[in-house]
Design a protein around this ligand. Structure first.
Ligand code: FES
Length: 154
């Protein structure tokens, strides 16, 4: 069930859009920010609130790859695997991250601190390779820089 605070925050977005369903991405982000991810139960409740079917809303959530439909760690690492980053050292970054965190892509560390996910181009190809942790973008990376970056999130 949506909380009163969630309802109010979502409702505040409604006047900015012509249709109620048009706020679906913003509403999903609100739920995710408050709950960490969007469970089936949250999605069903939100769909009802937005006057959509759960399938319609799930289609939006699945298409928009920054909506997490499974639990994630405290911090989410989005590692760009598109062409510029691939050419500029993606594979070495992936190996270092997987080794340091003892996870594979798509997994969460045992202490629930990090989830490592692949993502398409982060829009900073001229500074590849790049990754994002939560809302922070890191560019011009190499494996040695990763250790210092991860340490900021310990
Ligand atoms: S390919 Fe990685 S930022 Fe564009």
């Amino acid at each position: 069930m949506l909380t009163e605070e969630e309802r109010q925050e979502i409702e505040a977005e409604v006047p900015h859009y012509a249709q109620r369903r048009a706020i679906s991405i913003d509403a999903l982000k609100i739920i995710q920010r408050r709950r960490g991810w969007v469970s089936d139960e949250s999605l069903n409740d939100l769909a009802e609130f937005l006057e959509m079917t759960p399938d319609e809303l799930d289609g939006v959530a699945t298409f928009y790859n920054l909506i997490f439909r499974k639990p994630v760690g405290k911090h989410v690492i989005l590692l760009c695997d598109s062409v510029s980053c691939w050419i500029m050292g993606y594979e070495r970054l992936r190996e270092r991250l997987c080794s340091r965190l003892s996870v594979n892509l798509g997994e969460t560390t045992a202490d629930q601190r990090f989830t490592l996910l692949p993502i398409v181009c982060l829009g900073t190809c001229d500074h590849a390779p790049a990754l994002m942790i939560d809302d922070e973008l890191y560019r011009d990376l190499d494996p040695a820089k990763l250790d210092g970056i991860l340490a900021k999130y310990q």
